[in-house]
Every structure is written in C-alpha cells, then in structure tokens.
Ligand binder design. Structure first.
Ligand SMILES: [Zn+2]
Ligand SMILES: [Zn+2]
Length: 104
C-alpha cells in the first residue's frame, strides 16, 4: 500500500552552532512548536533558512551531490539572487528532514 502522507518525517538534530545563537534558538523553538503541521510553518522555515544563510554563511552545507534536483540547477545560475536562494535551500538541510528540505 502507499505510504501515509500525513506521517511526519524525522527531523535532524540541529547542529551545535545553532544552539549557540540566540536567534537560531528562537527560530528553532518556533519551528518545534508548529512542527506537527510542517506545511503550516512555511514562514518559520523560510525565516530560519534566511537567517542561517545571512548570519552563518560559513555553516551552510556544501552543494548536495546526490538526491537533489535543485542544486545542479542553482549551480548553473550565476546571478546573486540564485546564490542567496541556493544558500537557503542548503541551509534547510540543517533543521528539516531531507525529504522536505529539498523540495524547494
Ligand atoms: Zn543564528
Ligand atoms: Zn540541494
């Protein structure tokens, strides 16, 4: 039978640098509070990814080499806009399940 689409995938444990940052912790707690409805905390996910890309650029993960259709796409684009969105895309891996993090 098909998988239950309502089942919430497991979240990764956020990396240590996030726990050492007041803003990260604040955002993580907001996310945790709304986690039972992942589709409902889109804004919090966006804010968290944007914060990591801007405040912790050295902690943004490297390009995904496997299981990601978006990274090769972003890598081809040269504009600053793409670079920013790409960093946020990779940052989501730090605090979201891969299946959700790599959708956008
Ligand atoms: Zn932070
Ligand atoms: Zn990717």
């Amino acid at each position: 039978m098909t998988e239950d689409p309502d089942e919430t995938p497991e979240r990764p444990v956020p990396p240590p640098f996030m726990w050492g940052c007041c803003e990260c912790v604040r955002l993580l707690l907001k996310l945790a509070a709304e986690w039972d409805a992942p589709a409902g905390c889109f804004w919090e996910q966006l804010q968290t990814a944007r914060h990591i890309a801007e405040a912790h650029p050295e902690d943004v993960p490297a390009q995904h080499l496997e299981d990601c259709e978006l990274c090769p796409e972003y890598a081809r684009r040269q504009d600053d806009d793409a670079a920013g969105v790409w960093a946020q895309h990779r940052a989501r891996d730090l605090f979201m399940p891969q299946t959700l993090a790599r959708l956008w």
